[in-house]
Write a protein that binds this ligand. Structure first.
Ligand code: SF4
Length: 290
């Protein structure tokens, strides 16, 4: 139904958004099996782990060999420079659970005037269960957003359906979430048994694949920075530039240096310079934190 809507109202194939995670691999496999015409789109966040980037490249190469159009959005600005996590932080500040400006710039900017499919699922969070639906019309003003279930979509004389179709005709960004009601176990089952290739991060113990250091990942971030220490260094450099800019502008802040910003961001109660004890082969080693 979404494919027909896309071809009819947008005159273009439905877009399968792809992040390199299990949900998007599952959705992509369903697209391949459905026989519909589609394109695949990935938003380059610049903070994805290297195994995710390699996995995406491999999947896109294989899709292109069978004639499926794949696009990667590198978020190039009018001055020719790319927006990255590392140049956003100095200007925009620190990404947190409550302030996810990075998603707006690095993930949500694509798909204008297209109908796109995402791997959003109700099982991912109670907020998603309350606010998301199978079909959605995206508008900056939350009041003007329309969401509608599969069942309602089939009842064409329904008021919501009529409004939704009108929005679609107005070329708003329209979203379909084909696996919205899949449980985690459904996704894992299909992923491991039916999908042809897998992101290596799942075999490294990750259950979620996304930007390294994403504030939504909470405790997993320690493992991410242990596995990919260059990203920790990149965040600290970006925090350093952020502090320089704040100082130049005369803005007050509570941190002595970028390392402290990093620890605050990681919700670590320790501060640099504090004594720490490590146990190595039965010996106690006392040292200062970095
Ligand atoms: S770090 Fe998290 S919030 Fe920021 S772009 Fe990545 S996924 Fe979105």
């Amino acid at each position: 139904m979404a494919s027909e809507m896309s071809l009819q109202h947008y005159k273009k194939p439905l877009v399968c958004t792809y992040s390199g995670g299990k949900d998007s691999d599952v959705m992509l496999e369903l697209f391949k099996r459905s026989g519909i015409q589609f394109e695949v789109h990935h938003s380059h966040t610049t903070a994805d782990a290297p195994p995710t980037v390699y996995h995406i490249r491999k999947v896109f190469r294989e899709l292109e060999l069978i004639g499926i159009k794949c696009d990667i959005d590198y978020h190039i600005q009018s001055n020719g420079k790319a927006i990255t996590m590392w140049n956003l932080i100095p200007v925009q500040g620190i990404p947190t659970r409550l302030c996810r400006f990075c998603c707006k710039y690095l993930k949500e900017s694509g798909g204008r005037d297209r109908m796109v499919a995402t791997g959003v699922r109700w099982a991912e969070s109670s907020k998603r269960a309350d606010t998301r639906d199978t079909y959605e019309s995206v508008n900056r003003n939350p009041q003007n957003r329309i969401r509608i279930s599969d069942e309602k979509m089939l009842l064409t004389d329904n008021d919501d359906t009529r409004r939704f179709i009108e929005h679609c005709q107005m070329k708003a960004k329209t979203v379909v979430n084909p696996i919205i009601d899949w449980k985690d176990s459904d996704v894992y089952d299909f992923y491991w048994n039916e999908c042809p290739s897998h992101n290596p991060l799942y075999k490294m113990g990750y259950t979620r694949v996304g930007c390294i250091g994403c504030p939504m990942a909470s405790k997993t971030r320690w493992k991410e920075f242990a596995d990919f220490p260059k990203y920790k260094a990149a965040y600290i450099r970006a925090f350093e530039k952020m502090l320089e800019i704040r100082t130049q502008k005369g803005l007050k802040h509570k941190w002595k240096n970028a390392q402290e910003v990093f620890l605050w961001w990681m919700e670590d109660k320790n501060v640099p310079g504090q004594m720490e004890m490590e146990f190595m082969d039965g010996d106690v080693v006392v040292g200062r934190q970095e």
